[in-house]
Design a protein around this ligand. Structure first.
Ligand code: PMP
Length: 438
């Protein structure tokens, strides 16, 4: 395994990266185990973000490593168009079991973006299959992130991600976001104010007529725009309104799935049942790319009532890739055997107190926590949005902790297997970083 610096960094066009800045100050990871990465200079870096929110069980879990290694030698690839392989079916059964059978079917993708576009397409085709083809409008939310496919971008609500890629999908509306620093600052769990923002959905429905609306998609907790936690009662209200009007409700759980809130999915945490869940990341503990859409039985049934033939003209070469399925099966075993959710639940109060201990440090204007995720919002430098948090990110990496920043918000989402000593190390170092920022 090559643990030395690359010979050249001129050809890799890095995603969502300030490429010019990176090449001047590279950060290169060469190995990972448990709660730590190692960088190319041999430094240990505590993983405060589970990679990119995707390693709930910690790095290099032996069972997952073994399962993937074994599968690559046994069945390196198998199509799932008009044929299949056992692991794809076994994983689907296990995933349904993991959701307590609240969902009936799994459609595999390779990423969260693909899962989102797949769910939107299923929603449109579902209504068409039932003779309600007029339901074509989609509703997302400001500050929502649903990946980078054209469907996900269109329902997403992050201006800088959208602005250079139009025209996006027509017939999309956005609910207002729920971020409210004046009323909800320094919240623990669901903030008190803002349930009425869900009623904006009634306004949009009245504007267009329910018979034109296919689906509402939202992240139960927005991650990539800085950990926006829904106000008390907000998601339940959205569920009531969508059910009343025959509109499908999709929870994008690419980040919140697989234990981030200490429950299997955020839907369990908030006790709300969406019609579809999109997920990815933790499904394979980040080891092999995979995404998935979970759909309620009634959605699948509508397709099975259609005339004979291919029911859904959609899929990817790598849908249900054998390596991803092997990794997924092993990940679910690790969740069970190592009590990953139980650990997350047990350590959550210690984690939450540690995050809120940063209150009062320079530049900190808000802290929000739920489950094992936290957003720490910094006062922006005038005229330079994002610069302060980016400086914190670089300083933190140099000091041996991996944090994530989005705008001027630090987002933390560690592997769920962390222990108190990791929390102490993470927040000890992060407090120093904040104290020494300009
Ligand atoms: N939806 C949400 C809520 C996400 O957080 C992400 C990625 N962070 C995506 C979709 C897109 O996933 P991917 O990067 O795997 O395409």
């Amino acid at each position: 395994m090559n643990e030395s610096k690359p010979q050249s960094m001129s050809s890799f066009w890095m995603p969502f990266t300030n490429n010019r800045d990176f090449k001047a100050h590279p950060r290169l990871l060469v190995s990972a185990e448990g709660m730590y990465y190692k960088d190319v200079d041999g430094n240990a870096i505590l993983d405060g973000t589970a990679g990119l929110w995707c390693v709930p069980c910690g790095h290099a879990q032996p069972k997952i490593v073994a399962a993937v290694s074994e599968m690559v030698g046994q069945l390196d690839f198998a199509p799932t168009f008009q044929m299949g392989h056992p692991a794809a079916f076994d994983l689907a059964e296990q995933l349904m079991e993991y959701t307590d059978h609240k969902f009936g079917h799994v459609f595999y993708t390779n990423s969260g973006s693909e899962a989102v576009d797949t769910a939107l397409k299923i929603a449109l085709a579902y209504h068409k299959a039932r003779g309600e083809g007029g339901r074509t409008r989609l509703i997302g939310r400001e500050r929502g992130y649903h990946g980078v496919g054209f469907g996900g971008l269109s329902v997403g609500g992050i201006g800088p991600n959208r602005k250079n890629f139009g025209p996006l999908l027509p017939g999309v509306d956005h609910l207002p976001h729920t971020h409210n620093l004046l009323k909800n600052a320094f919240s623990r769990g669901e903030p008190d104010f803002g349930v009425e923002l869900a009623d904006e959905l009634e306004r949009i429905v009245a504007l267009h007529d329910p018979s034109t609306i296919a689906a509402v998609i939202i992240e139960p907790v927005s991650g990539s725009t800085g950990v926006l936690v829904p106000p008390k009662g907000y998601l339940k209200r959205l569920r009531e309104i969508t059910s009343k009007h025959g509109i499908l409700l999709i929870f994008d759980e690419v980040i919140t799935g697989f234990g981030r809130l200490t429950t299997p999915f955020a839907a369990d945490y908030f006790d709300v049942e969406p019609d579809m869940i999109t997920t990815a990341k933790g499904i394979t503990n980040g080891t092999v790319p995979m995404g998935a859409v979970f759909s309620k039985q009634f959605i699948h049934d509508a397709f099975m009532d259609a005339p004979p033939g291919i029911e859904l003209a959609h899929g990817y070469t790598y849908s249900g890739h054998p390596l991803a399925c092997a990794a997924g099966l092993a990940t679910l075993e690790v969740f069970k055997e190592q009590g990953v959710l139980e650990n997350a639940k047990a350590i959550q109060p210690y984690w939450e107190d540690a995050v809120h201990s940063l209150r009062g440090l320079p530049h900190v204007i808000d802290i929000r926590t739920i489950g094992l995720v936290a957003g720490i919002e910094l006062e922006p430098i005038a005229g330079k949005p994002g610069a302060r948090a980016f400086a914190a990110f670089k300083k933190a990496f140099a000091d041996g902790i991996l944090i994530r920043v989005t705008g001027d918000i630090i987002a933390l989402s560690p592997p769920l297997v962390l222990e108190k000593k990791h929390i102490d190390e993470l927040f000890g170092k992060l407090a120093d970083v904040l104290r020494n920022l300009d």
